[in-house]
Design a protein around this ligand. Structure first.
Ligand code: GLY
Length: 371
């Protein structure tokens, strides 16, 4: 289609279809092209309950008469993104006689997308799959670019591979049923693109009353804009080896440690990343690396997104630093994305430990004081 957003990476090319109601429009055509007998939807039980009927309707018409839509659902939560769940998935697909001519459809947020992608990459040496993200975070980031995988007790995304979908279908009408806290959390990843690449995104967010999207807001243009940044970055550095895709981890070094220290349940991923970006802006300023003031604007854009986090936030600087240290022991250097100026990121390896400690401790203290 002309003007369509495309990902070009790893010798593959696939569209990102953004719109309201886009899955009902896009799925029949994709199914006609790929011609599966069965579609295995990987999802969570509440999503199946909420959207299952509509999704099956969009799929069934294009399947042959003997074709079927089958569902592999597992409980929500990062703690279920494991090899155990993947093994259950393999056995389910075998029982249902899914073949390499068939297809998997990832229908959910980041956890579903990562796990379903890995299942698709490894079942029978690889079956084709589609990403149909249902959260704002997964629409603008995790569903695009072929990162798949699961966690081990030792850490997140330890097992996985790059395996691209046939298409990403971001249907923003699905966001209407998403809890507001989840939308706010996804907006942290949107703001990330603003800080890294796109001042228009920041201006738009700053223009919202109370820093949040107004009632009835149409997310499609914003999702399209972010997805275009993601597609470009993936095209330039598919395997995350050139230090370009790594910028997408802005706020994530602090954020992952915060999530882990908070036990994953207390903070949404985007909330942890929002706090992580605030910390990164402070570290850039305090270390003298930033050539412009960064912190105030980070607070203006990000604090409204943290409206629903538990207060006081029961995490300690010691725990957060402990998780970072554990990562270091596994041979990963402590690497931060910092801004020199707006839309001018750089990678900083192993900054002075005192600076990291002070950044975490003072930010947590300010957060407690602001409750
Ligand atoms: N979510 C970061 C990446 O895809 O590289």
């Amino acid at each position: 289609m002309p003007g369509e957003l495309m990902v070009r990476a790893g010798g593959k090319e696939y569209p990102i279809l953004v719109g309201s109601g886009s899955y009902k429009e896009a799925l029949p055509e994709i199914l006609r092209r790929l011609g599966p007998d069965k579609v295995a939807v990987v999802s969570h039980p509440p999503l199946r309950e909420m959207h299952g009927k509509d999704l099956e309707e969009a799929l069934r018409d294009e399947l042959p008469r003997h074709g079927r839509v089958i569902w592999f659902t597992f409980p929500e939560g990062e703690e279920n993104k494991t090899l155990g769940t993947v093994t259950e998935g393999y056995r389910f697909l075998l029982r249902e006689s899914l073949t390499r001519e068939d297809m998997i459809l990832a229908f959910g947020g980041g956890v579903v997308g990562d796990l379903a992608g890995f299942l698709a990459a490894t079942y029978m040496r690889g079956v084709r799959y589609l990403q149909l993200p249902t959260t704002l975070m997964s629409m603008v980031d995790s569903s695009i670019g072929g990162k798949t995988g699961v966690d081990l007790p030792e850490g997140k995304n330890i097992v996985g591979c790059f395996y691209h979908p046939e298409a990403v279908i971001a249907d923003v009408s699905v966001l209407r049923t998403l809890p507001e806290r989840e939308v706010l959390s996804g907006l942290a990843e949107v703001a990330k693109y603003g800080f890294l690449y796109d001042t228009e995104i920041l201006r738009g967010m700053e223009g919202w009353p109370e820093g949040r999207p107004p009632e009835g807001y149409d997310f499609a243009p914003l999702v399209r804009r972010c997805a275009a940044h993601k597609a470009r970055v993936v095209g330039e550095d598919e395997m995350d080896l050139k230090g370009i895709r790594a910028f997408l981890n802005y706020g994530h070094t602090f954020g992952h440690a915060l999530e882990a220290a908070a036990g994953y349940r207390m903070l949404r991923h985007g909330e942890a990343v929002a706090l992580g970006m605030i910390m990164a802006s402070r570290m850039a300023e305090w270390s003298g690396r930033a050539r412009v003031p960064l912190v105030e604007r980070h607070l203006r854009v990000l604090l409204p997104l943290l409206r629903d986090i538990p207060r006081p936030l029961e995490v300690s600087a010691r725990d957060i630093l402990g998780f970072m240290e554990a990562d270091k022991k596994r041979g990963r250097s402590l690497r931060f994305v910092l801004l020199r100026e707006w839309q001018s990121p750089e990678l900083v390896e192993s900054p002075p430990p005192d600076l990291v400690w002070e950044t975490v401790e003072r930010t947590l203290k300010d957060l407690h004081a602001a409750r």
